[in-house]
Structures are given as C-alpha cells and as structure tokens.
Design a protein around this ligand. Sequence first.
Ligand SMILES: C[S@@+](CC[C@H](N)C(=O)[O-])C[C@H]1O[C@@H](n2cnc3c(N)ncnc32)[C@H](O)[C@@H]1O
Length: 223
Amino acid sequence: MLRVVALALVLVACGKSDPRAAAASGSGEAGGPARADGPEVAADDQSRFDQERQPELLMRALGLKPGMTVADVGAGTGLLTVHIARAVFPGGHVVATDINPSVLEYLHARMEAAGFDTVVEPRVVQPAEPGLEADHYDLILLSQVDHYFDDRVAWLTKAAPALKATGRLAINNRMQHRAAAMAAAGSVGFQLVTEVNDLPGQFVAIFQRGPAPGRAPTPKGTP
Ligand SMILES: C[S@@+](CC[C@H](N)C(=O)[O-])C[C@H]1O[C@@H](n2cnc3c(N)ncnc32)[C@H](O)[C@@H]1O
C-alpha cells in the first residue's frame, strides 16, 4: 500500500499518470518505428506533458542527432525519453536511469508502445551513483532531477568520466534551481557552452567537460 502511495506521489511530482491505464482506454500515439502488436500509448498523458513542457524547445537546444548515445538521468515514466529516443533514431541509444524501479516499468511500457524499446534501456541506479559507463555518452541530460541529489557536486564528479571527450552535459530545470545547478557544474570544472531560456519557466544549460583533474590544458599547436 505504502509502495503504491509512494509511486503515485512520484508520478504526480513528474506530471504523469499511468500509461497502462490510458492504454486500456485505447488512445494512441504516433512516433517510432511501426509496430503491429504493441499496446496503445496514453496520447492524452503525452499531449498534456507536451503542452506544459514544450519538449520540442528542449530538443532543439540539445541538438541531438541520429546515432547519438544519451543518458537520460531521472527519466521517470519516459514522457521526455520518448522525444529523446525519436531524436537519436536510427542508430542511437538512450540509457534511461531512475532510482525508482516502478517508474521504469512504466517507462518500458511507454517505449514498447512507441516502438522504441530497442533504443531505450531502462536502468535502476542508486541515488548517489550515476551508474553510467566511462567514456560512452554524447550527452548526459539531467532534466528536472538535479534538485533531488543530496550532493550535486559529488554526483557530477562521478558522472563526468561517463562523457566522451566531445560529450556534453545538459541541465534542464525550473528557474529556482538554476543558481545551484550552475554553481555545482562550475565547481566540478564543466564549462558552459550555451544557455537557452525560451522554455516555459525553465532553463537549459549545456556544458562541456573541462580538462581532466591534474592535467593542464595543452596549448594549441603543441604536439
Ligand atoms: C520530476 S521527475 C523528472 C522526470 C523527467 N526527467 C522529466 O523531465 O520529466 C524526477 C525523477 O528523478 C528520479 N530521481 C530522483 N533522484 C534521482 C537520482 N539520484 N538518480 C536518478 N534518478 C533520480 C525520481 O525517481 C523521478 O522519477
């Protein structure tokens, strides 16, 4: 009972309802590769999310391309993940992490319904552990999740090695979390590449990795 109440609170916090309940209502969503047999997806759920969050603005800011590998940290039930999967398809891969295994079950159902279950890998992680492979990701996206971290600096320090040399970190959250997010990223050595503030009540800050700790940047032209 407690587990059900806890899950309901998380779903409300993330602005989502149960996609399987909506699936029973027979609504559907267009999007991924065609599927003949999958369950229907909650179009009303998705369209409410899309209206409120306007994820196309976030996708434009992120500049994702087919073939990219993305970590969607704190992915929840996958209402944003589906947009990321569509942007990196074909050839791309999304690792969708969350500390709550129950929301990842919903996420998996949503990806199956959209035909992106081979693109998106749900992964349960511990709160203080990013759980991401080293030197692997073109983008690590923290969307409306960094304010849950007990220690942003410690989390980002652990996550930084998961980026490829050319990889980027993107933090998207409500404006009231901007100052803490920017300070944490800066103190870990991330360098701000661009910031986009045209999303409703949200900021998007995109960073690249600074030089590895203990390694001085090489001057241009030096072998
Ligand atoms: C507000 S929802 C955001 C969902 C989605 N990223 C979005 O932008 O709509 C926050 C999610 O982050 C998850 N979360 C909280 N702390 C986390 C952590 N330390 N690591 C990974 N996920 C976490 C929660 O379980 C929840 O599903």
